[in-house]
Design a binder for this molecule. Structure first.
Ligand SMILES: [Zn+2]
Length: 272
């Protein structure tokens, strides 16, 4: 079937679409609130010629809403690693900045997913794919907010103060030129936007999306997507391995809608 004919059979509806080539592995997986329009724009994009030349047909999976499309796309890309998907590759280890208090002063450490439980451990900031990336973020926050590299644990402590104090970048908390409390308050403010929110429910929930009389329920626990059930016999239920493993992509998709109460939620029993 020519591609243009494939496209004419796609719905103007939300969901995930898949470009297939000769092998059984998909070439590309994407999502949209309007599958057909989005696929047509791929076909018109000269930058995607190489992928289109290999495409034999295009299929799609409709969803009731946009969140379902995002969750499904992320899950399918991780499962199949399509050749032309650059984003959303599986990250082996997640790193975060952990903030704790010792002797009334803030202490920072960079932790990985073996040392802390993302989504459960409080006081975590930022989701980084490497130790280096977490360190870089701290360095840039220090520069931006005149924080002290020694107090952030990025430099060895000396009596002369940190390197930033000598170059006027640090406001001087290391040498007593600024109260420690003022420094730590700036640090807290700087980290605020990076906060990794802990799971706000007692157990798993269903995030419910509706389109017409179609209802899809996405099961989520600890920010991990565990699958979708729906009330339509003809539409398959999406089974994801039931996992409690924190997933940074699912977290990014879900954190705003769940915390800002923008979606319909059904709590499930804490034990389920
Ligand atoms: Zn300093």
């Amino acid at each position: 079937m020519p591609l243009t004919e494939c496209v004419s059979q796609l719905p103007h509806a939300p969901g995930v679409y898949i470009f297939h080539g000769d092998s059984s592995l998909p070439l590309y997986i994407g999502k949209s609130v309007d599958i057909r329009s989005r696929v047509m724009s791929h076909l018109r994009n000269p930058d995607e010629e190489r992928m289109l030349a290999q495409t034999r047909h295009i299929t799609c999976m409709e969803t009731a809403g946009e969140i379902g499309a995002l969750l499904l796309e992320s899950h399918l890309i991780k499962t199949h690693s399509p050749l032309f998907n650059q984003r959303l590759r599986r990250v082996k280890q997640l790193f975060s900045i952990q903030l704790s208090t010792e002797a009334q002063a803030c202490v920072l450490k960079i932790m990985d997913g073996r040392q802390v439980q993302h989504g459960i451990t409080p006081g975590l900031y930022g989701l980084f794919s490497s130790l280096h990336a977490a360190n870089q973020k701290l360095h840039s926050l220090a520069a931006q907010h005149r924080l002290c590299m020694q107090l952030l644990g990025l430099e060895k402590t000396t009596s002369r103060g940190c390197f930033g104090w000598q170059t006027k970048q640090c406001a001087g908390a290391c040498v007593g030129a600024e109260p420690r409390m003022a420094h730590d308050q700036r640090l807290l403010d700087a980290l605020q936007a990076l906060q990794v929110h802990t799971w706000p429910f007692a157990g798993a929930i269903h995030l419910v999306e509706r389109r017409g009389d179609w209802v899809q329920k996405h099961r989520i626990q600890h920010w991990a997507y565990q699958g979708t059930s729906c009330n339509r016999q003809t539409t398959h239920t999406i089974q994801v391995m039931p996992t409690h493993t924190f997933d940074a992509d699912a977290y990014q998709i879900l954190v705003k809608p769940l915390l800002l109460n923008q979606v319909e939620i059904e709590p499930l029993h804490a034990s389920s």
